[in-house]
Structure formats: C-alpha cells, structure tokens
Design a protein. Structure first.
Length: 221
C-alpha cells in the first residue's frame, strides 16, 4: 500500500486551517473529500467512496492500494469553495497532491502574547475576506481558543472568548483576549496543575462552518 497525502491550499501558498474532526469515525468527519475506486474490469466506478479526512492543520494522509482513483470535493464541506470538477489521481508509489481551494476568509498575522502576571492571552490578527462576490458570507463571530494540547478549537479548549462579527470595526486590526484558568479548579482525572505551555488559536465563524489560524504556543516563565 502507498501513502497519498497533501494539504488544502489557497493560491498554492496559504494552508487552509479547519475544524479538527472528533473521534475515529470517518463518516462523522467535519472536513473531508472522497476518492472513488474503479469497479470490476474498470468498467464502472464503485459507488461507495473512500472518505479522506482533513485534519486541523489542513493536511490529509491516506493509505491506498496502487490504483487510479477519482477525487471529488463535496459541495458545502469546509470553510472554502472547491472545484466541482473530478480529479483523476494515479497512485503508484507514495504520492503528494495539494488540493486548491478558495477560503471565504483567512487569518493573517496571528500573534498571541501571554501576560504571565494575570494569565491573560492577547491575540492580534487580521481578517482577510477572500470571497467577495455573490457567494460571500458575513462573519458571524470571531473567537480565541486556549487549549492544553495542540488540538485547539470549539470542541477542544479550556477557555475561549467570542465576539460578534458585527462588532469588528477594523478587520485588519483585531484583538481578542482570553484567560488561562486555574487548572486545579477544572474537573477531570489526570490534569496536571503545573502545566507551563498552552496552545492558542483563533477562528472565524460564518454560516455553519469556521476557518482558523494556525495553532501557536505560549509559555509561562
């Protein structure tokens, strides 16, 4: 079997960061695409696809048999517009393929700063609207998340702050803050109370989806 991997890219430069899927069930994945295998004697394509899950970092990886596949990006999946065209992918040895998408928004210049004396994290960033035509969608809310692990989003955090999209006066200069809580006061078995490093991410919600910044670490001295 061979590895088929790649990333979601805008203009072949910017990685599009997405919601991390929860659990191991690919059928409930948040962001994914489909690969169709050839059927008997290559006369038909199998109707049940292989679902390839895209992780929070915008990357994907799947272990496949050497063969020719049809790659289809489902409409309405993910915080982006993708081509509706079918892409033929030939896997004969490990293969890397980056998939072009157009995100509705991108987070630029994301910089989190930890103020250790009061455990406050301040994140500054720019919201860049990419889709501005009839398909454009307004920002519903903007959020900052703090997590104990690198998986950081709405379902994986110990603290977050959300502001309504209509309150963003200058999308080029957005500042959000959130406080790292006292871990000793958080219920849950095995949570270390002496953790020094935490992870921060911001998200832009619109419609029923969300696009994210990269995840960055902040550390107490």
């Amino acid at each position: 079997m061979q590895f088929f991997k790649g990333a979601l890219l805008y203009n072949n430069v910017d990685t599009v960061f997405v919601q991390q899927s929860s659990g191991q069930d690919v059928n409930s994945a948040t962001v994914y695409f489909n690969l169709y295998e050839p059927g008997a004697a290559y006369q038909n394509w199998k109707s049940t696809p292989i679902r390839v899950v895209v992780d929070a970092s915008g990357n994907f990886s799947s272990l496949l048999f050497p063969d020719t596949y049809k790659l289809v990006m489902p409409a309405g999946v993910g915080p982006y517009i993708a081509s509706s065209d079918t892409t033929v992918v030939t896997v004969n040895g490990n293969k890397t393929l980056n998939i072009p998408v157009t995100p509705y928004y991108l987070v630029r210049n994301f910089t989190p700063v930890l103020h250790a004396q009061d455990s406050i994290v301040t994140a500054s960033f720019k919201i860049e609207q990419i889709v501005t035509d009839a398909n454009a969608m307004p920002v519903g809310s903007v959020l900052i998340y703090i997590s104990r692990t690198i998986i950081t989003d709405g379902g994986n955090n110990i603290a977050y702050t959300a502001v309504d999209g209509t309150s963003i006066v200058d999308p080029a200069n957005v500042v959000l803050t959130a406080k790292i809580p006292d871990l000793a006061k958080i219920g849950g078995l095995g949570i270390p109370t002496n953790q020094k490093q935490f992870f921060v991410r911001v998200g832009i919600r619109f419609g029923s989806t969300e696009v994210f910044s990269s995840t960055k670490a902040v550390t107490f001295p």
